[in-house]
Design a protein around this ligand. Sequence first.
Ligand code: APR
Ligand code: ZN
Ligand code: ZN
Length: 365
Amino acid sequence: MPQTVQGVVALAKSEPVQLVDIVIPDPGPGEAVVRVQACGVCHTDLHYREGGINDEFPFLLGHEAAGTVEAVGEGVTEVAPGDFVVLNWRAVCGECRACDRGEPWYCFATHNASQKMTLTDGTELSPALGIGAFAEKTLVAAGQCTKVDPEARAAAVGLLGCGVMAGIGAAINTGGVTRGKSVAVIGCGGVGAASIMGSAVAGASPIIAVDIDERKLAKARELGATHVVNSKDVDPVEAIREIVGGNGAEGVDVVIEAVGRPETWKQAFYARDLAGVLVLVGVPTPDMTLPDIPLLDVFGRGGALKSSWYGDCLPKRDFPMLVDLYQQGRLDLDAFVTEEIGIGDIEAAFEKMHHGDVLRSVVVL
Ligand code: APR
Ligand code: ZN
Ligand code: ZN
């Protein structure tokens, strides 16, 4: 029987979101209905509301979530009712060229539920990133559910579903951060702070945090940054070179750019050591272009200029591993939960996010 539950919907471009009744169909083949326990508020939810992703309104927002599987459809074997899961927005297909060549994080297919959740008048909803978890329940593809330790705090581990995974993965998966490597992170919001924490867990040193907001730099220190640089006051490239200089290093082994702007990308480019890796994980806007950099400087430095999409993560491998580290007290996911809020408080959370007051507001149901 289809069920009616409450969900947060962006009905029209740039209008405040509304808590309304939505209809969840029974799970079809390969699908699961999940009772949501917690869901973080991410920039992407706001981008959807602003029409910045596409114009397929109405959107059911929310996509950084953990919950319990309530029911599964025909043929579902990966999860069962009662399983505690973290949701992901990219279930790999296992069949495309990227999957075949052993790089499923580049998978070309997206596996979301094929049935649609609707408003009570039958209007089809577009779930944010194929998830839509600012709701008491949601319908997803079973492959979007990854079973993790049921003892873990939902508000914390749900964050692995997007921003925190993007940040940790940018460092470890994309950047190849390992023990002893030097790392700089430019932009220490939710994503960059996670890159710092991931680098610390991996054993990197030094870990240099760069931001223009002292509050973010203080948080970065808590999460494992060994040095902080306020780039409002000093040239971050010079500051980074000074910290790692001394044995011929011209910069750090890995720079994570977690702002998504040409000027910070340029700083990241020059803050690398020769043969260093630059990872772009901040999301630029469509009007932005590469900064003006002499091609000879690209040629002369070697290394790699990369981008990281969803932290190049493999949910089945990475989510349970990171939840276990969290449960062991080695990965402080709680530090990202600035506040727990109710499902009716999303607009206020967007406002706080806009002012940089929070790493994450998390809806708890
Ligand atoms: N130099 C250094 N840091 C900067 C600069 C700058 N010029 N401009 C902004 N920042 C910092 C902000 O102070 C903030 O701490 O970058 C951080 C961005 O963090 P958030 O706004 O919390 O964004 P986050 O969720 O971490 O996402 C990172 O990817 O998804 C996009 O829109 C998102 O561009 C953002 C980026
Ligand atoms: Zn694939
Ligand atoms: Zn997100």
